[in-house]
Design a protein around this ligand. Structure first.
Ligand code: SAH
Length: 204
């Protein structure tokens, strides 16, 4: 998976490559899908949600230019795979999930796999996690019409936020950088994610 899908497409950050070599992706999908766990496409994880294609995970993670000491907020815990990748690279990952079944299942998995630096919360992630802010980086793994303002507010100056932004069927992956002088946005290209649902997202 890492050679053919990730390195071949130009991902060079060794921390990202090491994390993807380390985290056993098949433990984050249902038993019925184990044979497809390392394939080059997204997979269903129950509750109408999906785990992203491995390359997208690598691209989003690399874009945040993470450092060991960083504290990162992820919105949309889902299967927990993306949070597990982040947890290999940074000191602490805060992850929020709005679907209670996924939240319960994945929190148990983090315990079983001993991801002690992942802190999971059942909540609407579009309002962020104010008490733990500011974050060095924020990754939103569901698509919305715009970047929720509370997330921009809870990002450290100098920090980066990545999120799929656009319509229901198709979005652009936007990388926001917050600087003293203001924010800048880079468009990393088209993508397709499930809906970000919440106060600052789509209606349920
Ligand atoms: N990062 C996940 C991808 C999961 S798909 C993984 O590695 O598997 C996106 C997830 O975002 C879904 O589980 C969905 O329930 C969740 N989600 C959607 N809107 C949300 C919100 N406002 N707050 C938190 N989670 C949300």
């Amino acid at each position: 998976m890492v050679d053919r899908q990730i390195i071949a497409r130009g991902i060079t950050d060794t921390a990202v490559l090491d994390a993807m070599l380390t985290v056993p992706r098949h433990l984050f999908v249902s038993e019925a899908l184990i044979d497809s766990a390392y394939m080059d496409y997204p997979l269903p994880i129950g509750e109408g949600q999906t785990i992203s294609q491995p390359y997208i995970i690598a691209e989003m993670t690399q874009a945040l230019q993470l450092k060991k000491e960083h504290r990162v907020l992820e919105i949309g815990t889902g299967s927990g795979y993306q949070a597990a990748i982040l947890a290999q690279i940074v000191s602490r990952v805060y992850t929020v999930e709005r679907n209670n079944n996924l939240f319960m299942r994945t929190r148990k998995l983090f315990d079983t796999l001993k991801y002690h630096n992942v802190i999971a919360k059942y909540s609407d992630g579009t309002i962020g996690w104010k008490s733990e802010s500011p974050f060095d980086a924020i990754m939103v793994t569901a698509g919305g019409e715009k970047i929720p303002q509370p997330l921009i507010d809870q990002l450290e100056t100098g920090g980066k936020l990545i999120m799929p932004v656009g319509g229901l069927m198709f979005q652009e992956l936007l990388l926001l950088e917050k600087r003293q002088s203001g924010t800048s946005i880079t468009n990393l290209g088209g993508c397709r994610f499930v809906k970000l649902i919440g106060q600052h997202g789509w209606k349920d």
